[in-house]
Design a binder for this molecule. Structure first.
Ligand code: NDP
Ligand code: GDR
Length: 353
């Protein structure tokens, strides 16, 4: 197993950080691609980074960007990976409505550039390629739960870009015999989830309010339902997808849906708080704010131009063919995220989308 070499785009993100750890623990040499940034963006992987002057290093970082084709070709050429995990993306659905062209460039064309890099270097028979596809592809589909055969119906620039990447991956598999596989992953979270995704925004607010640094939390649509799992479990599934004997596409999900409202209520309950919901069409629940209840206001600024109401996955194929299923359930996920944010001393107020 000594010769397994992985190249991970998006290594500084939530999944990249969990996957790099998993692969290092399995004995891989891991090359991660990080973007140039004017401030540090490696917080999630600082503890596994080793000074390049040390000996016997297995984790390397390289500057790169999915919008830069020559850079990607050079990185693949220099690192000679046996497995490429394309996790890099502009991954925020709401932000994609504001930056649709950039999102298409990084998420759709970025995937194509990486696939082409493999082909240009004639590595299509030696490299295994993983594409970070998403339940957002299902968008407004009416089929519940969603599985690998469910028709896609994307409804954001992010999902449309990821749809292109999904089909490019399938096409390179069919056209060039490349081991190229999609993981269609439903929402997965963790204590290092990006701070502007709703789960982390809520758990950070629980901590800020508990420590007296914030009074009110503002949220958008709280009735949408998602299938939330833990990133730790999902990176194990990602790895298994590339170890399978044939390249294929797999849904990774828990099979359970919960609303944003439920997530928030459970999270605040961790610190013994109830919620007084206010604003924009929510039924104001008749409790006295003076009783220790937390004020959560609905703010239309967080509504999306088009919304996905319900996503819940059927992970049967991954269970039967990969032996994968989630370990951490919804309640434990919420509790772990709240505990982690309570323990962080540096919580700033949680206000952004
Ligand atoms: P994050 O937003 O936490 O991480 C995204 C990563 O991509 C970061 O490392 C980011 O760098 C990097 N990145 C952004 N733009 C570029 C670019 N132009 N070139 C190179 N790298 C770039 O996402 P997650 O870890 O949560 O998700 C990983 C992947 O899985 C993404 O592709 C996402 O769309 C997809 N996905 C995620 C799901 C989830 O629930 N988490 C579910 C389904 C799919 P920087 O740190 O500098 O911003
Ligand atoms: P999502 O995650 O769009 O599913 O994409 P996000 O946590 O941003 O939103 C989930 C749902 O919560 C609603 N919502 C809010 N969302 C945010 N961010 N902020 C709010 O204040 C708020 N209030 C309500 C949203 O409208 C939405 O319905 C994530 C990303 O990781 C993608 O990259 C990935 O592909 C999908 O999950 C699966």
């Amino acid at each position: 197993m000594a010769d397994k070499v992985a190249l991970i785009t998006g290594v500084t993100g939530q999944d990249g950080a969990y996957l790099a750890r998993l692969l290092l623990a399995k004995g891989y040499i891991v090359h991660g691609v990080k973007r140039r940034s004017s401030s540090f963006n490696t917080e999630r992987i600082d503890d596994i980074y080793v000074d390049p002057h040390e000996r016997d290093i297995s984790f390397f970082l390289h500057h790169g960007d999915l919008t830069d084709a020559t850079n990607l070709i050079r990185l693949v050429q220099e690192t000679r990976p046996s497995e490429i995990y394309n996790l890099g993306a502009q991954s925020h659905v709401q932000v994609s409505f504001e930056t649709p062209e950039y999102t298409a460039n990084a998420d759709a064309l970025g995937t194509l550039r990486l696939l082409e890099a493999i082909r240009i270097l004639r590595l299509e028979k030696t490299v295994r390629f993983y594409q970070a596809s998403t339940s957002e592809l299902y968008g407004k589909t009416l089929e519940v739960p969603q599985r690998e055969t469910t028709p896609f119906r994307p409804c954001s620039p992010y999902a449309a870009a990821k749809l292109y990447a999904y089909w490019a991956t399938v096409n390179y598999r069919e056209a060039y015999g490349m081991f190229a596989a999609n993981g269609i992953l439903f929402n997965h979270e963790s204590p290092v989830r990006g701070e502007t995704f709703v789960t982390r925004k809520i758990t950070r607010a629980v901590a800020s309010i508990h420590h007296g640094r914030q009074e009110t939390l503002y949220l958008g649509n709280i009735d949408v339902r998602r299938d939330w799992g833990h990133a730790r479990d999902y990176v194990e599934g990602i790895w298994r997808i590339l170890q399978h004997d044939e390249a294929d596409d797999f849904v990774l999900a828990t099979g359970e849906a919960h609303s944003v409202r439920e997530f928030a209520e459970l999270a605040f309950a961790e610190t013994g708080r109830t919620i007084l919901w206010q604003g924009h069409g929510v039924d104001e629940i008749g409790i006295d704010a003076g009783s220790g209840a937390v004020l959560v206001r609905i703010d239309p600024r967080y509504f999306r131009p088009a919304e996905v109401d319900l996503l819940v996955g059927d992970p049967s194929k991954a269970r039967t063919r990969l032996g994968w299923s989630h370990v951490t359930g919804f309640k434990d996920l919420v509790a772990e995220m709240v505990r982690s944010d309570l323990a962080r001393a540096d919580n700033r107020p949680s206000g952004r989308s």
